[in-house]
Ligand binder design. Structure first.
Ligand SMILES: N=CN[C@@H](CCC(=O)O)C(=O)O
Ligand SMILES: [Zn+2]
Length: 413
């Protein structure tokens, strides 16, 4: 089955050359993109969709969410809006509610959140454990997550549960809990922050998870300067997320991690449809919806990009600090408040997320296709806007602009 999407006014590919095509068309065959180019030269297909002079983007890649939870933290949000500051302690409230909720209900809740995200243009999504915080409940969260999300991250090191010694809990996270979640997860994460896990504990978690063969991510520098970014770069983490409070040395370390990498225009071993395969660094993932909801200063995305750091934007959808799955809201905020161009913001929310998940290139075979950009052989994850250009995402803030979504070639909206 093939589908031709034609009459595309603006095709923002976010490919290796950052191409934006006008009056373009795309052909989907099965789960892959099989052709793109000028509409006038498009091949025939089994069915045709007239984009009506609208803009087509890669689907959003949301590389940071916490969707396996139950309960509600409206009261905490209200208190924050009245002037209280955010602390990691609220995680315990969600942990209590999550532990007392059935597998069926947790799955149903997570699926509902994912459906909400997909209906807004998200086509590839990571989610984390971290509201179980004991062996049984972390393993349960990981198992449920693996049935609903594209990528699963182990975040046993989210908070030391009440009544437990931090050292004992760190041992548990590095030992029996890791063994119990291992079959279900590809990534591990640690909340390296005051009130959560200190440098030594974070280091132990990262080392144990690396030894277990997991890719690494870090929640770092959210509430103040600290060792998160430094550790992430030292361990070769794929991403460090939040990055609100950065020293000059942190920015240098992140930029340095990409010094062996050439993005578009590199002269290295690029194969058709794939990207540069040089030494990759640590992506800085900014979470602007979270920054607004916690009244933290927005992460310095402009400065990071100017320093040569690869950037991602993600929703951080969770009940405490960022109860939204709207990637469009993140893009809008990145343009209006973080001074990214529309192209940069869309790139961070598509290709950047894919890079943060190691999915920016693939073998281009079923199940292992690149996501986050529109190129032949990549997964057909497409987002048609109800607007003639992506600029409308920032120009018309708050207006729902998703008109159609294809996820792995299947019409999802
Ligand atoms: N920073 C740590 N974890 C989440 C918040 C989780 C919560 O408060 O429930 C975050 O990414 O913001
Ligand atoms: Zn998070």
């Amino acid at each position: 089955m093939s589908t031709l999407i034609t009459n595309i006014a603006e095709l923002m590919t976010q490919d290796a050359e950052h191409r934006v095509l006008r009056d373009a068309a795309v052909v989907i065959e099965g789960e892959r993109i099989s052709w793109l180019g000028p509409a006038a030269g498009a091949p025939a297909a089994d069915e045709a969709v007239d984009a009506g002079g609208r803009a087509l983007l890669p689907g959003w890649v949301d590389s940071h969410t916490h969707l396996i939870f139950a309960g509600d933290r409206t009261a905490e949000f209200e208190a924050r809006m009245a002037g209280e500051s955010y602390s990691a302690g609220g995680i315990a409230v969600t942990t209590g509610a999550t532990r007392s909720t059935s597998d069926f209900e947790l799955t149903r809740l997570a699926m509902g959140r994912i459906a909400e995200a997909v209906s807004q243009g998200t086509t590839y999504l990571e989610t984390k454990t971290g509201y179980g915080l004991d062996v049984e409940n972390e393993a349960r969260s990981a198992r449920i997550a693996s049935t609903v999300a594209d990528e699963v991250t182990y975040l046993g090191a989210h908070l030391v549960p009440a009544g437990m010694d931090a050292e004992d809990y760190t041992e548990l996270v590095c030992g029996p809990m890791l063994a119990a979640v291992r079959p279900y997860v590809r990534w591990a994460d640690v909340f390296c922050e005051q009130g959560a896990f200190n440098e030594d504990q974070s280091r132990r978690v990262l080392q144990a998870c690396k030894d277990a063969g997991l890719g690494l991510r870090v929640h770092g520098n959210q509430l103040g300067e600290g060792p998160g970014v430094r550790l992430a770069v030292e361990f070769g983490a794929a991403s460090v997320d939040h990055v609100n409070y950065l020293s000059a040395a942190d920015i240098d370390a992140l930029a340095g991690s990409w010094s062996g990498w050439e993005d578009a225009g590199g002269t290295g071993s690029q194969v058709a449809g794939a990207r540069w395969t040089g030494q990759r660094g640590t992506v800085a993932t900014c979470l602007p919806a979270c920054d607004l909801s916690t009244r933290q200063p927005l992460a310095p995305g402009r400065e990071l990009l100017d320093a040569g750091v690869q950037l991602a934007l993600a929703s951080n959808c969770n009940p405490g600090t960022s109860y939204t799955s709207s990637m469009a809201f993140c893009v809008t905020t990145a343009v209006l408040q973080m001074r990214l161009s529309v192209h940069e913001a869309v790139r961070a929310a598509t290709y950047g997320g894919a890079l943060a998940l190691g999915r920016e290139s693939g073998k281009d075979v079923d199940g292992e296709r690149a996501v986050g950009s529109i190129a032949v052989g990549h997964r057909a994850d497409l987002h048609l806007l109800n607007a003639p250009s992506a600029t409308h995402l920032a120009y018309r803030p708050g207006i729902p602009l998703t008109r159609a979504v294809w996820r792995a070639g299947v019409r999802a909206r």
